[in-house]
Design a protein around this ligand. Sequence first.
Ligand code: 5GP
Ligand code: ZN
Length: 117
Amino acid sequence: MDCLFCKIINGEIPSAKVYDDEFVYAFKDIAPIAPVHYLVIPKQHICCANEIDETNSAVVAKVFEAVSKIAKAENIESYRLINNCGDDAGQTVKHLHFHMIAGVKMGWGPESLGKTE
Ligand code: 5GP
Ligand code: ZN
């Protein structure tokens, strides 16, 4: 399958590994927007949050377990977990992934959606 993150999982494309287990892989985002910016992904190819169903949700649960393990292992007390689903939300890679962002004080509100009024 021609999927960038599947290629990262199988080592075809190099990445800076943060966490690895049977179901989950995590690595540093190539274009970090904060001091900590990891991508946490299921090894199973799931295109997006909208494709999560009863056949694959157990794998997604493993992703959240991994997030918690990574946070504890790296003493990250406060972080934001972001999933972009679909083009308008800014999903550029069509393999389910969660951005784990930390190390900066984050705001919340219309500005975070790029709205100016
Ligand atoms: P999206 O926009 O789909 O939510 O997030 C995709 C993320 O993947 C972006 O933050 C982008 O910087 C990251 N990314 C794209 N290509 C690569 C790559 O080859 N290696 C790594 N480590 N990150 C990538
Ligand atoms: Zn994939």
